[in-house]
Design a protein around this ligand. Structure first.
Ligand code: NAP
Length: 490
């Protein structure tokens, strides 16, 4: 088996210390690839390669339309490799093929969208008497770090705006899901992206994350991952005052009022909670339902949840894949066990699936709890697995309080036919996105990010593009007059 390599300064290379990592298919436990495993020496080389590329201006000084052409070619190549990329994502992350295909399309569209934005890094000029202008310019070397739940899509969300704005990158996928990133860098090589502009390092966050986020040669960090890791990243970045974007965890509420169609709403709730086996930052993991419809909605949810087809994502009939690794499955099962100890009532699921052939993978039943105590772990902390908790409310005000009662603020949803109430609730829920009568829709044009401990800064939209730009004021002296400040001394 060929060892998966890193891409540094336009060359495919093995880690200097020759470490390797086995990449596992979470649906059956099989080794699908062995990849090289970086140490800090490799990060040093990658940052230096990016630094040289940036300082030479070979990318930042290209005309925007030329940079745009590269991005458009990348989008085209992603689409040409759509099936291969989706297959790689499914065998590496476990998500059903349909979900993986949708991620690939989103990734291609991100490169296309930001190709358009390359031409919009507008500065400002002022009244002619000021002889001044404001220009926008690339920030520099960006360390981009992503998790394992949307390996390709997250790579595109970071790399496309970063490159569009004229920056260069050192990119790190999660240690367990590097396969689509390697393929993406093959595409960068194919379209002849200049050497050193995009560098790929493969390795664990524990081993190389600190250097990536504290290196003096790095100007900006864009990080997506857990809140606790985000805090470490921020602490490291502080020492050299890097610009930072943090896209962190969530515990998103779904508030349901009595005036909804319960069957339709139940389907959205299941989609919100169990898409990606719940391993989605914005997963709707807390259902806050009006007490008058709680029993009926709960019984519809239990009935349909029991029918979800769980299995290998390559099988077209499968609706929910495995948990992305054995380690993460054990963490989720641990939180389920703790929820029971804390008094949450298990309504369905709650176990690892041990029936052959799923026993070889890391599969968990979609799980629903009813809870009364808002302070227990299963309500307050992100599980990042297929686990929904149900709570009830009487008054709208109480629903808002419950919705806003965790440390997070990534997303939320409200289901009601009452337009005024929907808008009122949307304004009152503290999160970066609120969906009304829908869930999980994301568009590359719409900024994505969180309030509170879900992070700050934004991926996507013009906001993300702007985060990869510095603002510079240039003031000019267009006269030959002496300054005159020291006249009295002369
Ligand atoms: P994680 O453990 O925080 O890891 C995320 C990335 O950070 C991985 O590439 C990881 O590398 C790396 N990392 C680990 N320790 C690091 C350190 N000390 N310094 C720098 N990088 C380090 O999170 P995860 O378990 O992979 O992902 C799940 C989390 O991501 C969830 O909390 C989820 O909500 C969040 N997420 C947020 C969004 C959003 O848009 N807000 C989107 C997707 C996911 P290794 O894996 O190689 O160790």
């Amino acid at each position: 088996m060929d060892i998966g390599k890193m891409y540094i300064n336009g060359e495919w290379i093995l880690a200097k210390e020759q470490g390797t990592r086995e990449i596992i298919n979470p649906a059956n436990g099989e080794v699908i690839k062995v990849v090289t495993e970086a140490t800090e020496k490799d990060v040093e080389e990658a940052v230096m390669s990016a630094r040289r590329a940036f300082d030479s201006g070979l990318w930042s000084q290209l005309k925007p339309e030329v940079r745009a052409t590269f991005l458009l070619k990348i989008a085209e190549e992603i689409e040409k490799s759509k099936e291969e990329l989706a297959q790689l994502e499914t065998i590496n992350n476990g998500k059903p093929l349909g979900e993986a295909l949708s991620d690939v399309e989103t990734a291609a569209d991100a490169f296309r969208y930001y190709a358009g934005l390359t031409r919009t890094a507008f500065g400002e000029t002022f009244d002619s008497s000021l002889d001044s202008m404001v220009v926008k310019q690339a920030v520099g070397v960006c360390a981009l770090i992503v998790p394992w739940n949307f390996p390709l899509q997250m790579a595109a969300w970071k790399l496309a705006p970063c490159l569009a704005a004229g920056n260069v990158a050192v990119f790190k996928p999660a240690e367990t899901t590097p396969l689509t990133a390697i393929k993406l860098f093959e595409i960068f090589e194919k379209v002849q992206l200049p050497k050193g502009v995009c560098n790929l390092v493969l390795g664990s966050g524990q081993a190389i994350g600190d250097l990536m986020t504290s290196h003096r040669g790095v100007n900006k960090i864009s990080f997506t991952g857990g809140t606790e890791t985000g805090k470490k990243v921020m602490t490291n970045a502080l020492q050299t005052m890097k610009k930072v974007t943090l896209e962190l965890g969530g515990k998103s509420p779904i508030v349901v009022f009595p005036d909804t169609d319960l069957e339709k709403t139940a389907e959205y709730i299941m989609f919100a909670s169990f898409l990606g086996a719940g391993q989605i930052c914005s997963a709707g993991s807390r259902l806050i339902v009006h007490e008058s419809i709680s029993a009926e909605l709960t019984s519809i949810l239990i009935k349909h949840t029991k029918k979800i087809v769980v299995g290998n994502g390559l099988d077209n009939s499968v609706q929910m894949g495995p948990i992305a690794s054995i380690q993460h499955m054990n963490k989720v099962l641990g939180m389920v066990e703790k929820a029971r100890e804390d008094g949450a009532i298990l309504l369905t699921g709650g176990h690892r699936i041990t029936k052959a052939p799923l026993d070889k993978g890391s599969f968990i039943e979609p799980t629903i709890f009813m809870v009364e105590d808002n302070d227990i772990e299963i309500v307050q902390e992100e599980v990042f697995g297929p686990v929904l908790v149900i709570q009830t409310f009487r008054e709208e005000e109480e629903a808002v309080q419950l919705a806003n009662s965790t440390k997070y603020g990534l997303a939320g949803a409200v289901f009601t036919k009452d337009f005024s109430r929907a808008i009122r609730m949307s304004k009152n829920i503290c999160s970066g996105t609120v969906w009304i009568n829908k869930y999980h829709s994301v568009n590359n044009q719409l900024p994505w990010g969180g309030f509170n401990q879900s992070g700050f800064g934004r991926d996507l939209g013009k906001d993300a593009f702007n985060e990869y730009l510095e603002t510079k004021v240039i003031q000019m002296n267009l006269s030959n007059d002496a300054l005159g400040f020291y006249d009295s001394f002369i």
